[in-house]
Ligand binder design. Sequence first.
Ligand SMILES: [Zn+2]
Length: 270
Amino acid sequence: MFDIVGHMKYEVVIGLEIHARINTLTKLFCRCDNNTFNQDPNTHVCGICMGFPGMLPVLNREAVQKGIKAGLALGCTIKEFSKFDRKNYFYPDLPKGYQISQYDQPISENGKITITKTDGTVKAIGITRLHLEDDAGKLTHTGDGTLVDFNRSGSPLMEIVSEPDMRTVEEASLYARQIQKIVRYINASDADMEKGQMRFDLNISLRPEGQKEFGIRAEIKNLNSFRSLEKAAEYEINRQTELLDRGEKVIQETRGWDDVKEVTISQRSF
Ligand SMILES: [Zn+2]
């Protein structure tokens, strides 16, 4: 259990949630243009994606077809029945007051993909589920206040949730790159990270080698490049190793990533 310098050895457990913008012509539940990159703020909005009372959302067939294609490409089972749910939360980028997502009946589940590591070994990474949901708007904080742009509000996303199957930063990075390759190949998402079309939430925990139960995990939200994914994972492995080495506990919490300082920051704990 201990290496020669006396540190306990830990196994790293990583799971990833990936949000990829589906490249449909229109948004998930309305006819607004889904191509809003570099457009003037709040020019691609309507009563549906703004959540006005009495509006009737109509599901975009193309988004469902692309979601199914992506599910199949990730080896998932496509569910004959799936449904949407309201995820209620209050935040200024969400005029509806809820996100339309899929909770207990996702469109697809139980898939897997393989990655090839630099040493040539091939490893399978399980996919828990792929579900559809709509995106929120975008807040820009300025010195004088906060600007809000709802162009992105209601855009179709697929959320791809992995099993906690990755054990190294390399595996997490290869997995994320492989997902990008697959969704691009089948033309379900352009997955251009510079345009915010793909982003990662990283779940990461450590456990003593040989222990079956998972350790307590931290979630690092909204990583928007492969580099920040890798750097955040490295930082968390070091941070959690130091905590455990000192006999302290990792707190289950959501953390953000500071791209400039290259540190994760506590946002809230449960
Ligand atoms: Zn709209």
